[in-house]
Design a protein around this ligand. Structure first.
Ligand code: CIR
Length: 253
């Protein structure tokens, strides 16, 4: 069960965020409304939500998932793979330290975006992507081991982040998309394949028995409901324009 979440409001500068999506520029006002609905959904799932102020100097800073990893035993600050995002870490650190003083850190030349990390009980799958390199993953596995936890690296080629294409819904259920559906590392899970046209819904989020699902992906929604989960649909259009999914908008622990 999760008790807490940390989020950060989107900044006006989000229009300059990193993206490969070709969906146009996000509308800041609509993004703020979608973000508020997201916070409300987290609260309805029973989480105490810490809402941090927007950071104008960092257009991607609302995607807090990438800059820290919370585990059941502690927290680790990352060193993001994109140079424009590395400065976000110093601004998440105080919020993280309120829960776990003196968190460990990933350091250069290691890079990790925690959007590449999927927690399954006490094991953490770490995707090797354009944002997370071998050295970063090795450091992360060593820091997890200090907490009595384990990690393993997942080779991947096409996706931005591991959790762009795979989401763990507990009870051995795993949403999978694309190269990760047939990936040998995930063969023991009950895999629910998300189709190409609904691929954005492969990033859905389990919270305390409910699943947050992006709005507008009816087949994915039906497949998740068929597993017996309560679902909450959330409009995410403005964050999708920046390659951001539901999980990216919060740290949950
Ligand atoms: C980026 O490219 O870093 C942001 N525009 C999107 C980050 C999405 N985060 C995530 O998938 N965990």
């Amino acid at each position: 069960m999760f008790k807490n979440a940390i989020v950060r409001k989107p900044s006006k500068s989000m229009v300059k965020g990193l993206t490969s999506a070709r969906l146009g520029k996000p509308d800041h006002d609509l993004a703020c409304q979608q973000h508020q609905d997201y916070v409300t959904a987290l609260q309805e799932c029973g989480l105490q939500v810490t809402v941090l102020d927007a950071l104008e100097a960092y257009p991607d800073a609302c995607f807090v998932e990438d800059v820290a990893l919370f585990t059941p035993k502690g927290a680790i600050l990352t060193h993001p793979g994109a140079a424009s995002r590395q400065g976000e870490v110093q601004f998440i650190a105080p919020a993280v330290s309120q829960f776990y003083p003196n968190p460990d850190s990933i350091v250069a030349p290691g890079h990790v975006d925690a959007g590449d990390i999927m927690m399954v009980g006490g094991h953490f799958y770490i995707g090797l992507s354009s944002r997370t390199n071998n050295q970063g993953a090795h450091q992360m596995i060593a820091l997890l081991a200090k907490q009595g936890l384990s990690g393993s690296m997942v080779k991947m080629s096409a996706l931005l982040h591991l959790k762009t294409g795979v989401s763990y819904l507990e009870n051995n259920n795993l949403l999978t998309f694309g190269e990760l559906h047939s990936h040998p590392d995930f063969s023991d899970f009950n895999r629910i394949e998300i189709s190409q046209e609904e691929s954005y819904a492969a990033n859905s989020v389990w919270i305390n028995g409910s699943v947050l699902v992006p709005k507008g992906f009816p087949k994915a929604l039906a497949a998740i409901q068929a597993l017996g989960y309560d679902t909450k649909e959330l409009a995410m259009s403005e964050f999708q324009k920046l390659d951001g999914g539901l999980s990216c908008l919060s740290l949950r622990f």
